[in-house]
Design a protein around this ligand. Sequence first.
Ligand SMILES: NC(=O)c1ccc[n+]([C@@H]2O[C@H](COP(=O)([O-])OP(=O)(O)OC[C@H]3O[C@@H](n4cnc5c(N)ncnc54)[C@H](OP(=O)(O)O)[C@@H]3O)[C@@H](O)[C@H]2O)c1
Length: 261
Amino acid sequence: MKVGKQTAKKKPPLVLITGASGGFGCEFARQLEQRGYRLLLHGRDKPRMQMTLHALKYPKRHRCIYADISIEAERTAFIEDVKQYGELVGLVNNAGFGIWGAFERREINLQMGVLLTDLVAPVDITHALLPRLRKNKGFVINVSSLAGETPLPYMSTYAAAKAGLTWWSEAMRVEIAHEVRVVTLAPGPSPTGFRDVSGMPEGTGSAFRSRARLIVEQGLKQLDAGGGFCVPGKRHKLLYFMQKITPRRLALLLMRRYFRH
Ligand SMILES: NC(=O)c1ccc[n+]([C@@H]2O[C@H](COP(=O)([O-])OP(=O)(O)OC[C@H]3O[C@@H](n4cnc5c(N)ncnc54)[C@H](OP(=O)(O)O)[C@@H]3O)[C@@H](O)[C@H]2O)c1
């Protein structure tokens, strides 16, 4: 769905993308710009945000906002900043990261950071911006993960955060179905910055990898269909099907073997 021609007085509709400094966030920026939206691009890393701007056709149209959304004070200031934009029609809760390794051995502040960034922040940001999105008949896209469909030994806090995000997003989607379109996007592995940040060894999950472009295309197609739960592409659908038919005990054994270091 493309945005129609704007009148001289009306400000072009605006979409906020969190975690726009790379990976899926950068791809969302590209595809939403093609649809005619102005963008609020959020991230932390300034040089990487500049790379996102360079990947866009009209970089001067958009604005970058920097904040660590795992820190409450920074998140609150960020939300206040975004609230001033009356023309906000879309929110893409995309920022997130995972930490690979045994729960007991990985630093607790990093693991708390996963829960805060991947679960607490999107819930908080969405709650604050929903009145505006409802008024503008807008949309929310929550970038969750297939990691939220199975408990993952050695990525336990990431799986917990994404399970929470998916369940919250799905329940909220039904509550506001007629006012705001909500997509819960649950991709499997994709070659972005995610693996480097998590510390996961090369090769894990590589047979199921899909490109960011396809994942974002499928997420936006789901939005065009009025919202819903979206597992993008054939490979990730196959992985999801396998998750659904495997008994939990067996899945835990397989995942422990797969992710163990
Ligand atoms: N790639 C995969 O295999 C995969 C699969 C399923 C789901 N996902 C999900 O997809 C989303 C995007 O990840 P990606 O794969 O595109 O990885 P990525 O390239 O590492 O991008 C992650 C983005 O999140 C931002 N971010 C992380 N922590 C943040 C914080 N505390 N405050 C503000 N921004 C923060 C990063 O910002 P800075 O770089 O500026 O710090 C970056 O823009 C995540 O939610 C991830 O869980 C990824």
